[in-house]
Write a protein of this length. Structure first.
Length: 671
């Protein structure tokens, strides 16, 4: 049965004043903030819905899950199965981009109540002749709602129960399981209850749930020393990105850079003639957010790069930073979009004591906010029109929440395949709110989580709580803004440790390269997380063929990610006991256990660490006495283990981690 949308709305209105609606529906999950926000899934996943559905007294209830794509008119129904203690469950697939809707309906099931009681009366040896007549009446009502062969079969059952055949024969007919299935297909829902809300799920493309990002500065991509890199140089770099195994190539802002108040090397307040400035100081006489820096190329080069990357299985991601350099065209054309100070100058960006004189933030409190919103929306639409489908958004937490909810909803209504990555290193509730408002993926605190206890606590919050329904973490060991103390002091092992954690703990991760694979670790000054000679302020030349490069390790790790579907999702993440606080052990698995990955990481970059790790063999269908193989996908070694507890030793000077594929040996046939 597929009830229409109009019928659903009518029943909701009628239920408000109908005293005979005795079924209670509550505790529906997943539901975010009382239904205020949608949950998230990617194409091909399923949505499992649970609810408490019950009534007073001893009457039985039945319930169904109603679901549809928001663009459709007809609702599909799926019967919910009891989990015990009045909890029910059903699931539905999401195979189309956009938004799906779902809700729950419950009703009294007098037929099931009657059949259940009949079984008990027969077992007690009681006279059930009257009960058979009651059943006939219930089946007659079901027949009036049925059609075709089902109706004919139910009518024959009514005749049988009312006939003068022996009690035993009529009782056997009444308890026929095929009859039960047929009768319950046509319940009386006139006094059923509908959950008071229609909930939603946003369905994103698969790359929103599983992606591997690589960031580079185009101006540093030139193979020739002393020459400013171009988008054509980036295109030539695509085979390298492909070799490393990345499927998203992310570029910092590619727009014209302001010439007024340009920053110098190492964030000097005043640049020298010829200094390139910061790409985040957007806008000059050459254009603004819909233009390309003239030394990088043209807008058409962006389309060409996007097309070339996509042909190689790589999506191009652009950075959208809503701010303006002092000589951005917006400043002259729309001064009302900026905040003026008492001395008549425009307020530049500040994060005291830091000052960013090369950046003017937009004033979202302006009376002209509506025009500002429309213009900023047009920036996304412009680049979408030139082949870009993925965006990293700079500092979204410094712009109003209502703006992002409005913008993302409008863009995704037209282009549901767009992916938005939120770069918001801010308070947890702010990060989560941005995700609820529509951002597909989010930066996290991973860069600063180093100890075993804090990694475990943080990942359990992200993957095992309600947060997982709306927040997709994207782990970055480094960014152009973040060079952690761990990477500064831990040497080559530290880089290997952090990328293994990022790549196997979450389905989405990224690195800022080539700084990462070339082990860039020197800070601007002690105690700073800024790089010395940062690419944010100057052009760098990278020797990609350096013998100490982690190029091979990154490529191997990404190949492991691609070929093991257990690593494509976060929800199965489970941590395991190991008798050493310097070693972290965890696993991921597919639902059918066809792919199980156990990762063991030495968190100490300076010392060999060892311990006994507990493998969840009972969950994997492995008996305590069974032998099973663990194949280290990083080093290609194979080990035969037996039982739950097994020994590992990790030397950070070689490879500080195992990424094991757990292969259970087939059991011999019984007998």
């Amino acid at each position: 049965m597929q009830p229409g949308t109009t019928k659903l709305k009518q029943r909701k209105r009628a239920g408000a004043a109908e005293g005979r609606r005795r079924v209670i529906i509550e505790g529906v999950r997943p539901e975010i903030d009382c239904g205020r926000f949608p949950i998230k899934r990617t194409v091909g996943e399923r949505v499992a819905v649970e609810a408490d559905v019950f009534t007073d007294g001893h009457d039985s209830v039945a319930c169904r899950l109603l679901w549809k794509h928001r663009s459709g008119r007809a609702w599909t129904e799926t019967a919910m199965e009891p989990l015990g203690n009045d909890r029910w469950r059903a699931s539905f697939p999401v195979d189309q981009l956009g938004r799906y809707q779902y809700t729950v309906e419950g009703w009294l099931d007098p037929y099931y109540t009657w059949r259940h009681d009949l079984i008990k009366r027969v077992a007690a040896g009681q006279d059930v002749s009257v009960d058979l007549l009651i059943g006939a009446t219930l089946l007659e009502a079901a027949a009036s709602r049925a059609r075709g062969r089902d109706r004919q079969s139910l009518e024959r059952a009514v005749e049988t129960l009312r006939s003068d055949r022996p009690i035993a024969s009529r009782t056997a007919a009444a308890l026929d399981e095929a009859l039960e299935a047929r009768a319950r297909r046509y319940p009386n829902r006139d006094h059923g209850a509908l959950y008071g809300k229609v909930l939603e799920v946003v369905v994103d493309p698969e790359r929103a749930g599983f992606s591997t990002w690589y960031e580079l500065f185009p101006r540093s991509a030139s193979p020739e020393p002393g020459r400013h890199g171009t988008l054509r140089d980036v295109e030539a770099r695509l085979p390298y990105v492909k070799e490393l195994g990345f499927d998203v190539l992310y570029l910092p802002p590619i727009h014209p850079i302001g010439e007024t108040k340009r920053k110098g090397p190492n964030n000097l307040p005043e640049g020298r003639p010829g200094d390139p400035g910061s790409p985040w100081g957007i806008g000059s006489r050459h254009g603004g957010h819909k233009s390309v820096h003239p030394e990088l190329g043209t807008v058409e080069d962006v389309r060409r790069l996007a097309d070339s990357a996509r042909a190689m299985g790589i999506e191009l991601a652009l950075d959208i930073a809503f701010q303006a350099a002092p000589d951005h065209p917006y400043v002259n054309e729309h001064p009302e979009w900026f905040r003026s100070r008492p001395d008549g100058t425009i307020q530049y960006a500040e994060n005291p004591p830091k000052k960013y004189q090369d950046i003017y933030p937009f004033d979202f409190d302006t009376e002209h906010w509506a025009a500002l919103w429309k213009e900023l929306e047009s920036v996304f639409l412009f680049w979408i029109g030139h082949g870009v489908r993925t965006f990293r958004v700079d500092n979204p937490h410094t712009k109003p929440f209502p703006f992002w909810e409005w913008l993302i909803a409008r863009v995704k209504a037209k282009f549901p395949d767009i992916v938005f990555l939120s770069e918001a290193f801010t308070r947890p509730r702010v990060m989560y709110r941005l995700a609820k408002l529509g951002f597909s993926q989010s930066y996290t605190y991973f860069a600063w989580r180093n100890e075993k206890w804090e990694l475990t606590q943080y990942l359990e919050e992200l993957t095992q709580t309600e947060v997982a329904e709306f927040f997709r973490p994207n782990f970055w060991p480094n960014t152009p803004d973040i060079l952690t103390a761990f990477l500064q002091t831990g040497g080559r092992p530290a880089f290997m440790i952090r990328i293994v954690l990022a790549a196997t703990l979450t389905a989405n991760y990224g690195i800022y390269g080539p700084a990462f694979e070339l082990l860039e670790h020197v800070p601007r000054e002690p105690g700073s997380e800024e790089y010395l000679d940062s690419e944010k302020y100057q052009i760098r030349r990278w020797d990609l063929d350096r013998p100490d490069s982690l190029r091979w390790f990154v490529a191997r790790l990404n190949a492991i990610r691609r070929s093991n579907p257990a690593l494509h999702r976060d929800r199965s993440l489970a941590f395991h006991r190991i008798d050493n606080d310097h070693i972290l052990a965890y696993s991921k698995r597919t639902d059918d256990l066809s792919n199980v990955i156990l990762t063991v990481v030495n968190l100490d970059p300076n010392n060999v660490q060892s311990g006994w790790v507990e493998v969840p063999i009972a969950d994997l269908g492995i008996a305590e006495t069974d032998a099973y193989e663990v194949h280290d996908l990083l080093g290609d070694a194979r080990y035969t283990w037996r039982g739950a507890w097994n020994f590992v030793e990790l030397n950070p000077g070689v490879v500080p981690a195992h990424v094991f594929h757990v292969v259970a040996a087939p059991r011999p046939p019984a007998g």
